[in-house]
Design a protein around this ligand. Sequence first.
Ligand code: NI
Length: 182
Amino acid sequence: MAILKVARLGHPVLRAATQPLTRSQIRSSDVQRLIDDMIETMHEYEGVGLAAPQVHVPLRVAVVEVPAAPQEGREALPLTIMLNPVVTLLSDERVLGWEGCLSLPDLRGLVPRAPQVRLSALDRQARPFSIEAQGFAARVVQHECDHLDGIVYIDRMNDLKTLSFIAEFDRFVGPEAGPVDE
Ligand code: NI
């Protein structure tokens, strides 16, 4: 296992096309190691999600893990490995919530997202699965799957005036802000 270097905004890999994986690729030691390293990297930086382009790999791989935060009304999403994920928005509604990203360090912004999604993907044994996610977990799934299409959260913001550095966010927004995505 290894902690991987995270690409920051401006690196072309964050905007490049990503390749879907074949079942035999998924079972390869290279991809299995990539998954383990992405989980370790996400934990090291205390993120709740990480997509392969963020570690300089243009493959359709992402990992998410959201700890429960009952005081913020936030349900847990257990560690989920998503290969070739497809996200279906289950609502026409869009809810504003604060997001951050390991590839845009020290920033936060308000992003509109669907509050409920269905995620269909392959797991690390190349078995198909489908789950529904709501609220913050749905936000994290949308954020990570966007990375696989070269999209970062600031592309989704409808008002860049909310973009804030974390120190200023904590000072001027913090207590009412609710959960933050990485
Ligand atoms: Ni991100």
